[in-house]
Design a protein around this ligand. Structure first.
Ligand code: BEZ
Length: 318
């Protein structure tokens, strides 16, 4: 009985997502009549149509949209619980670490070396994955731990703020502002084209409406000081942004650890504002933690001590 309901729900979700009976049937390896039957049974038990079959591409009815929004969250939770239970019984031998590229250019290699020194037999695998994707990857078991730059409020996830890293300005080598070495104010930068490279946007605080809030991370930095750059260019990642700076197409802000990239073509300058920083978070699942996660946290702190980086030591709750 339970299985029948699950099958019906999965059939509905696939149809809703692919907006096609034939594609959904293919994806679920079912015949089309069998898929339609499952949807009809679900609609009969709910007493309403969920899919508008006369619309091309297929469209959800109002009830279908409501049901989809609620039930897809529940199904993801059920999946997460299943994955977590399996890992609780048999944790993966290797420690699977997800990271955003900006931490790889920074201290991540040293953190891994420190961890391997402490746990020589531990197998470690690394995966380049955006801050937001890390949350789904933790839940599905694709990674055991994630280093990212954005905060996540999720009931399954435990988050530790490791530190705030200062931003520096990246300027083309022959830019007029590169002639001096004194720290720069944001105001001095607004006459330049700002290269934006973040793929993740900041969530609006509950106190502000979405029209008042600037969600793009670098524009948000300027907005906090009541400033807006005269022009912007959006690119796909940090390396491309630095390439454009090197090509004299504009300027950008990057976390301090990146200031050795393209040193021959780019001049990095400090900002006068000490509060313009990019946080580094460690994320892991709350309830099921890989046994080596504590050692990894200790390795991070040892690297901070080596470089005299100030941090507030934290622990995972047991
Ligand atoms: C850091 O730069 O603080 C950092 C980078 C990678 C992993 C952990 C911390």
């Amino acid at each position: 009985m339970q299985k029948l309901v699950f099958d019906q729900l999965h059939a509905f979700i696939k149809i809703a997502e692919l907006k096609s009976f034939s594609q959904a049937a293919n994806a679920l390896q079912l015949s089309q009549p069998s898929l339609s039957r499952k949807l009809k049974q679900l609609e009969a038990s709910l007493g309403t149509e969920l899919i508008d079959r006369y619309h091309r591409p297929l469209k959800l009815t109002a009830a279908g949209q409501f049901f989809y929004d609620k039930i897809s969250v529940v199904l993801i939770e059920i999946d997460t619980i299943g994955h977590m239970t399996k890992r609780m019984v048999a944790p993966s031998a290797a420690l699977k670490i997800g990271f955003v590229p900006s931490v790889l250019y920074g201290l991540l290699p040293e953190v891994i070396a420190m961890l391997k020194q402490a746990c020589p037999n531990l197998e470690v695998s690394l995966k380049d994955i955006s801050s937001y994707q890390q949350i789904a990857a933790l839940k599905s078991g694709d990674i055991d731990i994630g280093f990212g730059r954005f905060s996540h409020q999720d009931p399954w996830i435990c988050q530790i703020l490791l530190r705030h890293e200062r931003y520096v300005v990246a300027l083309p080598k022959h830019h007029v502002l590169a002639e001096d070495t004194a720290p720069l104010s944001l105001k001095a930068l607004t006459n330049n084209r700002l290269i934006l490279y973040h793929q993740t946007h900041l969530p609006a605080p509950t106190t502000l409406t979405s029209s008042e809030f600037v969600s793009e991370p670098l524009l948000n930095v300027f907005a906090q000081y009541g400033l807006t750059p005269i022009a912007t260019t959006k690119v796909s990642d940090l390396q491309v942004a630095l390439g454009l700076v090197a090509a004299n197409e504009g300027i950008t802000l990057v976390p301090q650890a990146l200031q050795s990239l393209r040193e021959g073509q780019i001049c990095y300058r400090k900002l006068t504002h000490e509060d313009i920083t990019s946080p580094i978070y460690l994320h892991t699942l709350k309830d099921v933690r890989h046994p080596a996660v504590n050692q990894l946290l200790q390795a991070v702190y040892q690297v901070y001590e080596k470089y005299g980086i100030t941090y507030r030591p934290q622990k995972f709750d047991d």
